[in-house]
Design a protein around this ligand. Structure first.
Ligand SMILES: [Ca+2]
Length: 487
């Protein structure tokens, strides 16, 4: 998809316009086409994907529908989830709050303890319902396509959605639909079967393996299998878009497409490297997004939550941490984003990161523990992890590959993402980068204080016990989809 080659931003820059004018034109854009008419919102989230889609520059994948969506709307090059794993990330998105603020930060820790959201924090669907919207978590997405219906909220709540299909709304009622696509979740069996039939299997010999992985057949195969899932997911996204068109809703519906967390791999899902927190974000907002634009603004997934309220004409609650990032009422772009990793299943950890456009600062609060702490889910689901452990024991990893196998972690990591996009050269101890380190450390410390990051407090034993069931739940989610069944 080459429509993104000359972005509006680059064009404005080339034309010599000032930064302020550029920001105004890019972000405030035009008013919606039909003032007064309330737009529908469709929020599609695909499981466990990094921006590995054609329009993001990924070769070998076949994603014509999402590439077209990006050509008709805006692609965000710097979008991030607030947590690199499902339940904290989705808890944040549905509330517009950092999971660390609302006590939902330990993955699936509140399944048995009746934990409820703090006073004054509501689901965006509650706000939307009050505003007259029909809310649904779509299962019957389009002919031949099922949404997984997953919520995975790490708190108890009643009736987060009104139904499972926007067709059940009242006549003339606007809708908010959330839709989870599960085909990109490991084990990718259903997606690969689709790709094989379509003649779109990715050739493992052609994939580009990150330098922190050993370039060996098992790794190439696993990476190619992940990329295989993109084509099937894109096909499903295309069918959903076609349904909107068939129903005459395409130009009255704002579409957000994202991943719920990064790819399910070593240094991906469950960690705060780019593979874990960087997600695709494509927005088509009729009358607001300009075709084929690319935005380099830093956006958090919780900013989508706030923006959806704005689309619906709902005042964003002052307490909401997500901020409107697009359209009328857009706030100035973020100068940094923060993401957090806490206990996942049986594996206790606390990691925080601050990311600017250039820098990534990571704080390991438990540096005495290795990156590769024992974790049943990851040991079962990440073949590359087990393979790398074996190669490490045999002394066959390069220095860069061995970084992640170290028995302990540095308390702080600092990466220059422009010079080192794979985050393998930790600059935290370099004298010339101490000012940068100090300023990012200060940002994190202030954020922890300002948001009252709940990760700083000990977990209640009953919640910790509840989280141990998460591994078996994830195992169920990993099962290959049965033909014709929910994927
Ligand atoms: Ca996920």
């Amino acid at each position: 998809m080459k429509a993104c080659t000359l972005t509006r931003r680059r064009f404005v820059k080339a034309a010599g316009l000032g930064a302020a004018a550029m920001a105004l034109q890019d972000r405030a854009a035009a008013a919606p086409e039909a003032p007064g008419k309330r737009l529908n919102v469709l929020w599609v989230m695909s499981e466990d994907i990094s921006p590995d889609i054609g329009c993001y520059g990924t070769p070998l994948v076949h994603t014509p529908n999402l590439d077209r969506l990006a050509a008709e709307g805006t692609r965000f090059a710097h979008a991030f989830c607030t947590a690199p794993v499902c339940s904290p990330s989705r808890s944040a998105m549905i509330t517009g709050m950092y999971q660390t603020t609302i006590g939902a930060h330990h993955h699936r820790s509140h399944r048995k303890d009746g934990y409820r959201l703090p006073e004054g924090v509501r689901l965006i669907t509650d706000h939307l319902r009050d505003a007259g919207y029909y809310t649904c978590n779509v299962t019957t997405a389009a002919p031949g396509v099922r949404g997984s219906g997953k919520t995975d909220f790490n708190f108890q709540c009643e009736k987060p959605f009104d139904g499972t299909d926007w067709k059940d709304r009242k006549e003339g009622q606007p809708f908010f639909a959330q839709l989870s696509l599960g085909v990109t979740h490991r084990s990718w069996a259903g997606a690969r079967a689709w790709a094989k039939q379509a003649g779109l299997l990715v050739d493992p010999d052609k994939v580009k393996v990150p330098p922190y992985y050993p370039d060996l057949p098992l790794v190439r195969d696993d990476w190619a299998h992940y990329l295989d899932s993109m084509g099937c997911m894109d096909d499903q996204a295309g069918k959903i878009i076609q349904r909107l068109k068939d129903e005459g809703l395409y130009d009255s519906t704002v579409i957000f497409f994202i991943g719920d967390n990064g790819r399910c791999d070593v240094r991906g899902k469950q960690w705060l490297y780019e593979g874990g927190i960087s997600i695709p974000l494509i927005v088509r907002w009729p009358g607001v997004t300009r075709p084929g634009t690319v935005s380099n603004d830093l956006v958090l997934a919780i900013d989508i939550s706030a923006t959806i309220l704005a689309i619906a004409g709902v005042d964003v609650p002052p307490r909401m941490e997500g901020q409107v990032f697009l359209g009328p009422g857009a706030r100035p772009p973020r100068e940094f984003v923060v993401a957090a990793r806490d206990r996942c299943d049986e594996t206790v950890d606390r990691i925080r990161c601050v990311r600017t456009k250039k820098w990534k600062y990571i704080k390991n609060f438990m540096p005495e523990r290795p990156y590769t702490q024992p974790n049943a889910y990851k040991e079962r689901s990440y073949p590359v992890l087990n393979f790398m452990k074996q190669l490490q024991a045999e002394g066959k990893l390069s220095a860069v590959q061995a970084l992640f196998m170290a028995p302990t972690r540095p308390p702080e990591e600092l990466y220059d993402l422009e010079a080192d996009p794979y985050e393998v050269s930790n600059l935290a101890a370099r004298p010339e980068h101490q000012e940068t380190l100090k300023s990012l450390r200060a940002i994190l410390e202030k954020w922890i204080k300002d948001t009252d990051d709940k990760g700083q407090y000990p977990e209640k034993p009953e919640a910790a016990e509840g989280g141990l069931g998460a591994a078996s739940a994830e195992k169920k989610a990993d099962a290959p989809p049965a033909k014709g069944k929910k994927k």
